[in-house]
Design a protein around this ligand. Structure first.
Ligand code: HEM
Ligand code: HEM
Length: 176
């Protein structure tokens, strides 16, 4: 087995764009827009819909990871590193799921479902900083960025230093 299943490949690259996009949008757009800004409601709505879609697709992908054949773990060239490849991949799943979970908990605590989707007309809270789940959401964002940076560095190391064609495993083509 040379490659991941084409659905896994599609989900990997679609989710890579969506997760990196949600991180950028959260940090550079949401975080920078005060809750008093009338635009904030629509920005929150976009972020919540995107975040919930990410959660759904990530869960589908987790199921497919266990139900489709995939190539044996790549050799990093270091026996110790080889042992953490699979746990690191699971950490990426866990970090994204905790990210979405803490986002949902923040939104529930701030009454956002009614304000953003229910059209209740109630004002947004002054900010989200008093909500514990928001602290988790912010901290996980940093952790997730570090994990993704390490993941990209590892992929580049394989591709350009070990030259083992790792990218082709996460691309379309014959799988035998
Ligand atoms: C531009 C950014 C990215 C690049 C270049 C990249 C590259 C790759 C490559 C080449 C593989 C195959 C590794 C192997 O065969 O063992 C892979 C696997 C994987 N990637 Fe990425 N990736 C990126 C972004 C992400 C993001 C944002 C996530 C999740 C937050 C992610 C999660 C995973 C996971 C979990 C696997 C293991 C396969 C699986 O269980 O789904 N990747 N990545
Ligand atoms: C994996 C998916 C998600 C990612 C990557 C993500 C990322 C982010 C980031 C980076 C921020 C800015 C943090 C900061 O204030 O410094 C943020 C804020 C926020 N996110 Fe998410 N998020 C995700 C899912 C969700 C979901 C599913 C919800 C709710 C249903 C949600 C609700 C919120 C709320 C209410 C804020 C606070 C906005 C503000 O500070 O003004 N997020 N998110």
């Amino acid at each position: 087995m040379k490659r991941y299943h084409p659905i896994m490949v599609t989900l990997h690259w679609l989710l890579a764009l969506m997760v990196i996009g949600a991180l950028g949008f959260g940090l550079f757009v949401l975080h920078e827009t005060p809750n008093s800004d009338p635009e904030k409601l629509v920005l929150l709505k976009m972020h919540m819909i995107a975040g919930l879609s990410i959660l759904l697709l990530m869960l589908i992908r987790l199921v497919l990871r266990h139900t489709t054949a995939r190539p044996p773990a790549a050799d990093t060239g270091f026996p110790l590193l080889n042992k953490i490849v699979t746990p690191m991949h699971y950490l990426l799943y866990i970090a994204v799921i905790v990210m979405a979970g803490s986002g949902m908990a923040t939104s529930k605590a701030a009454g956002l479902p009614e304000i953003v989707f229910g059209g209740s007309g109630a004002p947004l809270p002054k900010d989200f900083h008093h909500i514990a789940a928001h602290e988790v959401h912010e901290t996980m964002a940093l952790l997730l960025m570090l994990l993704i940076a390490a993941h990209i560095a590892a992929a580049l190391y394989h591709q350009f230093i070990r030259k083992d064609g790792l990218f082709s495993r996460m691309w379309f083509g014959s799988r035998d």
